[in-house]
Design a protein around this ligand. Structure first.
Ligand SMILES: [Zn+2]
Ligand SMILES: [Zn+2]
Length: 237
């Protein structure tokens, strides 16, 4: 069977399907601070690993459907400057659409490459984003790069509150969603992965199948650089 395409028209179908099924959507911060008890809950999260220019199309599509999601941006990517005119405007536009922006953090990688104290880099990153976006930044999500999961080691050992944060995207206390729900993510060599209460399953279904199965709470991670309009090599349309 052909896998579902990572195309915007399918994303719209997925989200409309979820709305019709009765899912309530929350940002990570909303879920962490309110602990909602809906019958069907979905939290949409997007990690901006390499191409911020791909984020607005996804953000607009969601906002069009009345859905607020959480977008995590890196401050130390070699691939992009988050604080450029263009990218800062993208982040501010995303906030203006009603979404949440958080820090996609890589503190141990930055320590290894540059010698910057990990807690310092996270605190400075959160404060910088908060000041430049004009809204409090409440969350961070650990980034995996060439050194898988090592940044998570830092967050596991450091309470979010010590860093000026309300939550970290994989924490077991404040957000506490990865270990308690279904975590469904795109972008692993072109197939989906699903974790059931923190454990990797062999399920490779598109998110639409998880919604059809009424799984809850659903914690969904998409990487906007993998999604496209008509063809993966055509960036905007
Ligand atoms: Zn990442
Ligand atoms: Zn699908």
């Amino acid at each position: 069977m052909m896998p579902c395409p990572l195309r915007y028209d399918h994303l719209r179908e997925i989200l409309e399907q979820a709305i019709a099924a009765g899912y309530t959507f929350h940002t990570c911060a909303g879920y962490a601070t309110r602990r909602p008890e809906d019958d069907l809950t979905a939290v949409l999260r997007h990690d901006i690993d390499i191409v911020p220019e791909r984020a607005p199309a996804m953000a607009e599509l969601e906002a069009d459907l009345g859905i607020a999601a959480t977008y995590f941006f890196r401050l130390h990517a070699n691939e992009y400057n988050a604080l450029s005119h263009e990218n800062l405007a993208i982040m501010r536009d995303i906030v203006a659409m009603g979404h949440e922006v958080g820090l996609h953090a890589e503190p141990l990688d930055l320590d290894a490459s540059c010698g910057v104290d990990p807690a310092t880099s996270v605190r400075v990153g959160v404060q910088t984003l908060s000041d430049l976006l004009g809204v409090p930044v409440l969350g961070a999500a650990s980034h995996n790069d060439i050194t898988p999961d090592n940044n998570l080691d830092f967050f596991r050992a450091t309470p979010p509150a010590d860093l000026g944060l309300a939550y970290e995207a994989y924490d077991e206390h404040a957000l506490n969603l990865f270990g308690t729900g279904w975590y469904v993510t795109d972008g692993y060599f072109w197939r989906w992965r699903a974790f059931d209460r923190g454990r990797l399953t062999d399920n490779q279904d598109c998110l639409c199948k998880h919604i059809a199965a009424a799984r809850t709470p659903l914690y969904c991670l998409f990487h906007p650089h993998l999604w496209y309009g008509r063809h993966p090599h055509r960036i905007r349309y």
